[in-house]
Design a protein around this ligand. Structure first.
Ligand code: 4G1
Length: 244
């Protein structure tokens, strides 16, 4: 059982977000568990404030160290020794490789910031990993934590069914998906590529590989540079004037 502990001001948001589809099934199947702790439950003032002004002035507020630290301590001894992942724009950018690294852990603690972030001393004291899901502005770290938990859970044995995990393998070679079609054979005057209707499995596989290569070269050349390509793939791309 993979255990996730989340320190957040919005525990219901985390529980709800992660209760659907594959994540919901994984929890019901006892493959993963999610315990979201409300940082606000650990405030010591009667107004239940968790934030305060930054020393030195400036815009916005910060979550104080004390309620986060006490919320973290409430997870002991269950989460003792677990890595503590702080979702923050200053972290290393999340990748499938980092998901694979985190999937090896039995227990993970996630810390979600709000307002302008959290007191630096709390980061120094408990955080082991700083991760960002990308360069844009969010209201809080919750959606970032949900994205990381989803990606890591999919790598946990049993979480995906046979079909689902087969479909996932395509990303592992680092290419984009080939174009896909379902019924009907003609939609809005557009036909499904003939090869897919031919029943010729070898030709279908070849077409799909080539489409994945062309599509990745066109839309995400950065991925192509890192992809696991065969000599045949390289030859095909060269034949299409794509140098790698
Ligand atoms: C400066 C984005 C601030 C945002 C520069 C991706 C963003 C956590 C993430 C911000 C957050 C940039 C993330 C910004 C995030 C404190 C609470 C930080 C929300 C907060 C590019 C607000 N991946 N953002 N600041 O968005 O937590 O993980």
């Amino acid at each position: 059982m993979k255990q996730y502990f989340i320190l957040t001001l919005f525990p219901e948001m985390m529980e709800q977000t992660l209760s659907h589809s594959i994540m919901g099934r994984a929890q019901r199947d006892g493959l993963i568990s999610i315990k979201a702790v409300n940082i606000r439950d650990y405030t010591l003032n009667k107004q239940k404030h968790v934030d305060d002004y930054p020393y030195g002035g400036g815009a916005g507020m910060l979550i104080q160290g004390q309620p986060i630290y006490d919320a973290y301590q409430s997870l002991m001894p269950q989460a003792a020794g677990a890595r503590v992942v702080y979702l923050t724009p200053q972290g290393r950018t999340f990748t499938q490789g980092i998901a694979e690294e985190l999937a090896r852990e039995e227990r993970l603690v996630f810390l979600c910031g709000h307002y302008e972030g959290i007191d630096e001393r709390l980061i120094e004291e408990i955080v082991t990993d700083e991760i960002s899901i990308g360069d844009f502005v969010l209201t809080g770290g919750e959606l970032a934590a949900a994205a990381v938990i989803d990606a890591v859970s999919r790598l946990t044995p049993g979480v995906l069914g046979k079909e689902e995990s087969f479909a996932d393998e395509s990303f592992s070679d680092g290419l984009l998906e080939y174009p896909q079609y379902t019924r009907p054979p003609v939609f809005m005057g557009r036909e499904v590529p003939e090869v897919l209707l031919s029943g010729h499995h070898e030709n279908v596989a070849k077409w799909r590989r080539e489409q994945a290569l062309l599509r990745t070269a066109e839309k995400r050349p950065d991925l192509l540079a890192k992809a696991a390509l065969t000599e045949k793939d390289r030859q095909f791309l060269r034949g299409h004037g794509i140098e790698i």
